[in-house]
Structures are given as structure tokens and as C-alpha cells.
Design a protein around this ligand. Sequence first.
Ligand SMILES: Cc1cc2nc3c(=O)[nH]c(=O)nc-3n(C[C@H](O)[C@H](O)[C@H](O)COP(=O)(O)O)c2cc1C
Length: 173
Amino acid sequence: MAKDGKALVVFFSHAGDNYAVGNIEVGNTKIVADYITEQTGAEQFEIVTHKYDGMAYTPLINLAKEEVKKGELPAYEGDIDLSKYDTVFIGGPVWWGTYPQVMFTFFKKHANDLKGKTVIPFTTHEGSGLANCAKDVKDAFPGANVQKGFSIYGHEVRTEKRKVEKWLNGLGY
Ligand SMILES: Cc1cc2nc3c(=O)[nH]c(=O)nc-3n(C[C@H](O)[C@H](O)[C@H](O)COP(=O)(O)O)c2cc1C
């Protein structure tokens, strides 16, 4: 059962200029990560890079597209030992059909650290749902028990907390 044992939420979230919800101080995915923590008692590891700080929406869109095209793996700050966790939620925004490239930096580094563990992907998005995220997580962590995953519109996260609660209830939390 997912609810037995220690849980962690690993996420990336970009605060700042956002097409759908304006200039936001806390990113959409971080809000969902906080709901998960509140309801499950999970710890958090935020994948942080300062590469996109202060960027307006259009230049960010273009930069992110370039990163995907080139398969770039931007560095993130700090790291975490995953060995003590049984369940790992992994979440981020959908950027060009999958998670931001900086999350793949994390995935590559920890590719062998989630064998036999329960991994639960989630996204915030503006129309793509889970896009390729769950599949990419499956590919990134061979031997992990990757669950179906959950997605929510970014513009809904502040008003539709109950959607997150309902999803977590379904997982036994
Ligand atoms: C660079 C970039 C690319 C995006 N690509 C997509 C996309 O392919 N599909 C989609 O539904 N939303 C896309 N979005 C919208 C974000 O997924 C959505 O606003 C998300 O909630 C942002 O989460 P955050 O505030 O945690 O970063 C994109 C946003 C950005 C900035």
C-alpha cells in the first residue's frame, strides 16, 4: 500500500510570469506539492535551478523548446538520498509535452535509486494532461512501480484543492 512507509514529493515549479494565471509568487505545481505534503505527511525535495529566474513567458517558452531540442540537462541545486522513502511522488509542469529538462537531470542522476519503490507522477498543465510525463518516468526508473498518475490544470490548483484530495483519497491517504 502506498500509504505505508515514508513518502517524498519531488517536484519542480516555476514561479513568475505564467500565461494562464499571470505573475505568480508560488508556482502551480508547488501548490499541489504542498497539498500532497499536507495530506500525506510526505517530505519534499524541490528541484531548483535559477536558470529561468525573472524570465517573461515567451522567452522562457523558446528557451525550453531549445533545451528539449538539444537534450540539455540543466544543473539543479543540492540533492537528496532517496533510500529511506518507499513512495515517491514526482511532479512538475508540462513543458513541451513532458517535464522540464531539469527534471531529467534529476532522473538521470537517480535512475537506479527507485527500484521496487512506488512512484506516482503528477503534472500541472494547460491542456496536455499527463502528456508523456508518466511514460518518461517509467523509462527513467527501470524496476520502479510507476502508478497511473494525476494531472490538474494549473489555473485550477488554487480553487480546486478537493480534486487533489480526492485523488489522494483514492490512493488510500
Ligand atoms: C516553457 C513552457 C512550456 C509549456 N508547455 C506546455 C505544454 O506543452 N502543455 C501544456 O498543457 N501546458 C504547457 N505549459 C503550461 C504549464 O504546464 C502550466 O502553466 C503549469 O501549471 C505551470 O506550472 P508551474 O507554475 O508549477 O511551473 C507550458 C509552460 C511553459 C512555461
